[in-house]
Design a protein around this ligand. Structure first.
Ligand code: HEC
Length: 114
């Protein structure tokens, strides 16, 4: 997926508690080894993994589509692609919602009911 295509992607999954919980579960299985349990990448983590709680530190874009692409296709030199491990786009979008829930108040989206 090109960077331009990623910008145009829209998240079809609402930002709900259920979606964030589903994303958290995938995150805990696949992502904590490098980004840490809290997403800050401070303890026992791979050097240079992005602190996911600080959108201003992201190098590959912070739109929903860009985050989707970073996870699906990988990012930089060391973030692996997860398109095989996370085969369903829906699960990828849950992960995008979870990641945005780590952002500070004011930056994260408003919770939706359904
Ligand atoms: C093998 C270690 C590793 C694993 C596992 C890993 N990441 Fe990463 N991730 C990285 C590194 C290193 C970067 C920084 C890449 C760069 O230099 O741009 C990164 C970057 C990212 C970015 C882009 C941030 C930016 O700078 O724009 C996102 C989003 C992300 N990771 C999410 C995830 C998610 C979600 C998972 C689990 C599905 C995951 N990562 C698993 C190492 C990892």
């Amino acid at each position: 997926m090109s960077a331009e295509d990623a910008k145009k992607l829209r998240n079809p999954v609402s930002y709900t508690k259920a979606s964030i919980a589903a994303g958290r579960s995938t995150y805990q299985r696949q992502c904590t080894g490098c980004h840490g349990a809290d997403g800050k990448a401070t303890v026992d983590v791979v050097a240079d993994a992005t602190d996911l709680t600080s959108p201003q530190l992201y190098k590959s874009g912070i739109s929903e589509g860009e985050i989707f692409r970073s996870i699906k296709d990988g990012a930089g030199e060391t973030m692996p692609a997860f398109k095989d491990q996370i085969a369903k786009d829906e699960d990828m979008w849950h992960l995008v919602n979870f990641i945005r829930s780590l952002w500070p108040e004011g930056k994260k989206p408003a919770l939706q009911d359904k």
